[in-house]
Design a protein around this ligand. Sequence first.
Ligand code: SAH
Length: 393
Amino acid sequence: MHKLILKPGREKSLKRRHPWIFSGGIAKVEGKPQLGDSVEVYSADDAFLAVAAYSPESQIRARVWDWTMRSIDAGFFEQRIAHAAAARNGFDVSGVRLVHGESDGLPGVVADRFGDTVVVQLLSAGAERWRGAIADALAALPGVQRVIERSDADVRQLEGLPPQSGLLRGSAAQGPLTVTEHGLQYGVDTEHGHKTGFYLDQRDNRLLLRGMVKDKIVLDCFCYAGGFALNALAGGASAVTAIDSSGPALAAAQANAARNKLVSDDSNMEWIEADVFQSLRKFRDEGRKFDVIVLDPPKFAPTAAHAEKAARAYKDINLIGFKLLNPGGALMTYSCSGGVSPDLFQKIIAGAALDAGVDARIERWLHAAADHPVALNFPEGEYLKGLLLRVGV
Ligand code: SAH
């Protein structure tokens, strides 16, 4: 077995069960581990700490699989995946996250289930090394007919891995794939859609929005497939505007609105293909106002190193967002940046409200749905955080 020996004192985060080992903390590598091979991790004073997957090119040089085992095999993935799936037993399999990376003890593995189809992302060297075992374990779950891979995220490059997508197990689906959420149906494009095809993490927050928009004017920024916009229509909003810079995303959103018969000819629904940063400025200059605004941008800060630049971007859209609100209006604002902590996010939003000259209160902290758990002691986790704010009358 290959061995990875840490520098003195560098075992502290591992002892707190933080699953990443950075290249700077490593004193010595014994043996010649290749991409994704398992390594035993030892402290400087030779105490065994964990078994981890080695990634020779990444700054995150190893990711922990387990804290007590010395080696892993295909059975390890069978067990972890069965365990992760069992933890989602109460969820509707129409759309559920089965595996959420580090938080399910499977760094670099993300798997969403849409009915009989599982879409998996293998994003780390270790996940890549065990792709067969992971695919087999997902395919073996009751009711699963096929496993589709969408390992085409940018983070693969940092691991020295090429993008890869396509059918991994089973045969291609006959008809189009859909997900039903709170009674609304959405198409899931597993080939060209973002990530696994649909953002399941906002499930609870979309329903929350539905309950607060009756007769309100709603703006959904970064709408993707229209999750928030459709819920606004379903909740009786008097007018809904949705913006995304991606043409295909907007086309999918419009198809979803039609699929659910939510828009008629004299529609109060406006779809805008544009950059949100520019659209918000345009609305401000035109004096347009809204009662409820949703800001659900893509991650601006993949890591803490990007936090400052990301903070400026978050502040920018939230500041203008506040200015576009009618008195008594609500802002639902999110960040999914791993590099921006909930604490920092609140500070950014507070700064935006101050500069916008509005008096805003937090009505609720918003989180990802419970099938997206967060590992304790893992602040880098890319999890959704959000705030529902109400401005003064
Ligand atoms: N709210 C969505 C998920 C948003 S994902 C849901 O509930 O499903 C982020 C979206 O932002 C993507 O669809 C992406 O195309 C879009 N996007 C990224 N940068 C943008 C920009 N500058 N202006 C407008 N849209 C942008």
